[in-house]
Write a protein that binds this ligand. Sequence first.
Ligand SMILES: Cc1ncc(COP(=O)(O)O)c(C=O)c1O
Length: 398
Amino acid sequence: MSNVVEDGNKYSMNTYNRGNMVIDEAKGCCLKDIEGKQYLDMMAGISVCNLGHSHPVVVEAIQQQAEKLIHVSNLYWIPQQIELARLLVENSFADKAFFCNSGGEANEAAIKLARKYSYKKYGEKRNEIIAMTSSFHGRTLATLSITSNKKYHEGFGPMPEGFKFANFNDIDSVKAGMTEKTCAIIVEPVQGEGGVNAAEEKFLKQLKAVCTEKDILLIFDEIQCGMARTGKLFAYEHYAIEPDIMSLAKALGNGFPIGAVLARGKVASAFSPGDHGTTFGGNPLACSAALATLKYILREKLWETAAHKGNYFKEQLQKLVEKYSWVKQVKGKGLMIGLELEIEGAPFVQRMAEEGILINCTAGKVLRFLPALIIEEKDIQRTVETLDKIFGESALSQ
Ligand SMILES: Cc1ncc(COP(=O)(O)O)c(C=O)c1O
C-alpha cells in the first residue's frame, strides 16, 4: 500500500487530496482497499456507478464489445453510438445527441452549440451565457468560467470572455443580467458541488418562460443529477419544463468514461461537419457500456427505486436534524442528498471512513450522499446510525 502512496506522491501531479486509501476492487456498493478492508460506498464514484460497481450487464457489454471492436474513428458510422443516441432521444426532450468523454467536454460542446445557434440566427455579438451562483460545470477554461467558486479560477486567468453569473433561484437577478448579448442560460436543476441545492419549481418555470420569450437557449447540466439519480430519469422531469440543450456524463456509462450533449432539432442543426468533434467521443466500447447502463435503468425503472430509497434515507436523516441543534437540514432529491451542518463537514467524512463508510462533503458544510441506486435499506440505516454515533461524539453534542 505505502508504495502506491509514496510513488503517487512522487510521480503523480498533486491535483487531489487523496489521503492514504488505495482502492483495489469493488462490487455493488462495497469497495475494498489493497489491504482487504471493506467500505460501504455511499458516493458511487461521485454519482457515476449508479447501477453499483461492476454491474454484470455493464461488465458483459464491455467484455463482448472489447473482443469485437474497441475503437473506430467518427469518420464512420458506429452502430452502438447511433442506438445510444436513439434511446436517449426517445426518452428525453431531445432530437439529437453528440458524444464526448467527460462532463467538462459535454458542457464545452453545449456552450459551442448554443453560441453557434445564436451566431447563425443573430450574428456574432449575441454570445453571452449566464450561469448561476454555486454552480459547478467543469475544469476546462470555458467551464471554469461558468463555475462560480472563484477559488477554482485562481491562477488560471485570463478567463475566456462572454460569461456572467446570476443568483440561483432568483429570477430577478437573471433578468437583471440579461442583455441583447445573452444567448443562453445554464443551470444544474439540482446543484451538486455547490451544496446539493434543488432549483425551485417556480424559478425554473420563470426561467423557461423568459428564455422562450427572448429565444435564449436553456441549458441544463444533468451531469451529476441525471440518469435516474433524483427519482426521474432526468431531473428536469420534476419541473414539467424542458431545456433546449442538456449535458450528461458521469453515470451515463456507469463508470466507463462517456459524455453527451442532447439538443432539440432546431438547435442541434446549428452544428455542421467540422464544427465540433473528438477522437474518442462515442466510440464502440464507451457506447456499449452506456447502452447496457441505459437499457438496464429503463427496464428496471431505476428512477422509481431512487425516489423510494431517497425518501427513506431523507426520513432517517431528518431524525438527526431533530436530534442535533447544529445539524441544519436535509436537502436534495431522490438519492442525491445533502445534510447541511452549521459546522465544517470534513472531520465527519474522515470519521465515517474510519468506520468503513465513504461519504463526502461539499460547499464546506454539506455532507453529501450519492449511493448507487441499488443501495439497500439496511446500508442506509447503517450509514445513519453511524452518523448518529459520530455526531454524538462531537464536542457540540456534549
Ligand atoms: C454538474 C457537473 N457538471 C460538470 C462536471 C464536470 O464533469 P467531469 O469531471 O466529467 O469533467 C461535474 C463534475 O463533478 C458536475 O458535477
